[in-house]
Design a protein around this ligand. Structure first.
Ligand code: UT7
Length: 329
């Protein structure tokens, strides 16, 4: 696959102010800090809604505090600032979310409106694989005429939780991450990608209207590792890149153990994994841009570095992308 010439020039993040610790959860659930850390690596997560947020935010109207849109707007505004990009330069806002504020309209419309963007706006929902699908979508748009794309992953996962369900309430958190992508000649690029779905597995992880999340965690874990490893290997083969050449692996931050299991099977050393799950929990579509922004802030990326992004989640869906970093560092 030929280089498509797109570069990430801006990034931003947003987290709600309320920090929920494992000790907080011990007051609600039959669980322990030790168990949660050992099984998932999560120590704290941020919550925009739920029993630990005071005062309780209004869920309606959806323009209030603690919504997917408000987090997306904050992260998006930072990314535009870093990229020194004006709203009218953005061809499309692509908002990856599995927790839109309303069924209709798409949450990206409110985000575009708040940021003064009139180019175009669309939501992408592929659950926790959403941001990787968004990256592939944005790169495709840039290769066919878009000038700049604002790509955001934003979630209020706490709205989907049953806080009394110890099988999954400890795992998730809220947040947003955003990047600005620009079409360029050469420098950075999406080198190759792979995406897949197994629709026979929709019952492994779902949220029905008005109900709390249901997740068969152990089964999701097993299948996620297998599918994501195959997907990454396929993308690496297409890009003619060896695992040892990967400078940074930015996986969906589902669980520290899953990330390490995938990296080990692909042949990427643990120290090359970008990880923020310890302080954010699993933020679904927001997790990859949050981890990417953290790695940029730590100076972990240089021009020309090879980066692998990989997401997986409900559906089950998965996707991976091999990227040559070309942005300012
Ligand atoms: O974001 C994309 C999609 N989601 C994921 O990728 C998540 C995938 N799954 C996971 O991350 C893991 O399955 C979890 C972290 C959710 C759970 O870890 P696990 O190692 O798979 O635990 P388990 O569900 O197999 O439960 C092990 C034991 C069980 O007891 P028994 O049957 O061994 O006696 C559970 O009842 O731990 C018990 N358990 C708990 N104990 C303390 C379950 N939840 C808890 C809890 N605290 N919160």
């Amino acid at each position: 696959m030929s280089e498509r010439g797109c570069v990430i020039t801006g990034w931003g993040t947003a987290l709600p102010p309320t920090v929920v610790t494992n000790a907080d959860l011990e007051t609600l659930l039959d669980t322990s800090d030790e168990w949660i850390v050992e099984r998932s690596g999560v120590r704290t997560r941020r919550a925009a809604t739920g029993p630990f947020v005071r005062p309780a935010p209004a869920l309606h109207p959806p323009s209030g505090v603690g919504t997917t849109a408000t987090l997306a707007i904050e992260a998006g505004r930072q990314a535009l600032d870093v990229a020194r990009t004006a709203a009218d330069e953005i061809s499309v806002v692509v908002l990856c979310t599995t927790t839109p504020d309303q069924l209709m309209p798409a949450t990206s419309s409110a985000v575009a409106g708040a940021l003064g963007i009139g180019g175009g706006a669309v939501d992408v929902n592929a659950a926790c694989a959403g941001f990787t699908y968004g990256l592939i979508t944005a790169a495709g748009m840039l290769s066919t005429g878009a000038r700049k794309v604002l790509l955001i992953g934003a979630e209020t996962m706490t709205r989907t939780l049953n806080w009394n369900d110890r099988t999954n309430a400890f795992l998730f958190g809220d947040g947003a991450g955003a990047v600005v992508l620009e079409a360029v000649n050469g420098v950075g690029s999406l080198l190759a990608w792979d995406a897949g779905v197994d629709g026979s597995l929709v019952d492994l992880l779902y949220v029905d209207h008005g109900d709390g999340m249901v997740m068969r965690g152990r089964e999701v874990f097993r299948r996620a590792v297998r599918a994501t490893v195959d997907s990454i290997n396929s993308a690496l083969a297409q890009a003619k890149v060896g695992a040892e050449e990967i400078s940074l692996f930015v996986p969906h931050q589902a669980n520290q153990r899953i990330m390490e299991a995938i990296a080990e099977r692909v042949g990427i050393p643990n120290e090359r994994i970008a990880t923020v799950v310890e302080s954010t929990g699993n933020t679904s579509s927001a997790s990859i841009p949050l981890a990417l922004a953290d790695s940029i802030a730590r100076g972990r990326l240089g021009a020309g570095d090879l980066v692998v992004f990989a997401g997986f989640g409900a559906g089950m869906t998965w996707a991976s992308a091999v990227w040559r970093w070309g942005g300012p560092v």
